[in-house]
Write a protein of this length. Structure first.
Length: 152
């Protein structure tokens, strides 16, 4: 027989609560057998990311440098525009940097600088054509009164 710690009344040994006041009896902790879980080795997968690869190195001494073409074209455009085309001058600078990067083996940087030199060539070409059209138009406008007088 067990006795309630709250009211002191007697209860059966198997009782979980006091029959008189309803107080819960502390249950002795039953020892549970310790079962060891088997260890299963899982295959290790490679991580989903990839490490950055080092920049490709040019080992071929006969490899053509793509920046050379755009640098030469920017030089020709600068000469044709009487050095007034700033975009072509910027293209020359980026072409030279691209050539240097290519020669050092840094292909990613060379490609980026060559792309800028190429863009500057086309911007410079557009500005050169626009400049020519404007100068042609202003030349025609200044001689327009003379042309009209000759027609009348």
């Amino acid at each position: 027989m067990k006795y309630c710690t709250k009211c002191g009344s007697g209860n059966e040994d198997q009782a979980m609560f006091c029959a008189n006041c309803g107080q819960a009896f502390e249950q002795p902790a039953a020892e549970q057998p310790v079962v060891e879980q088997p260890v299963v080795e899982q295959p290790v997968e490679a991580p989903a990311y990839t490490e950055a690869q080092p920049a490709a190195v040019v080992n071929d001494p006969n490899a053509k440098n793509p920046a050379t073409l755009w640098m030469i074209l920017n030089i020709v455009l600068t000469v044709l525009c009487c050095c007034s085309n700033v975009a072509a001058i910027v293209g020359i600078v980026f072409g030279a940097i691209g050539m240097s990067s290519f020669n050092k083996g840094n292909l990613e940087d060379a490609e980026a600088k060559t792309k800028i030199a190429k863009i500057m060539f086309f911007v410079g070409l557009g500005l050169g054509v626009l400049s020519f059209i404007i100068s042609l138009a202003t030349g025609l406008m200044s001689s327009l009164p003379e042309i009209i007088n000759n027609l009348i």
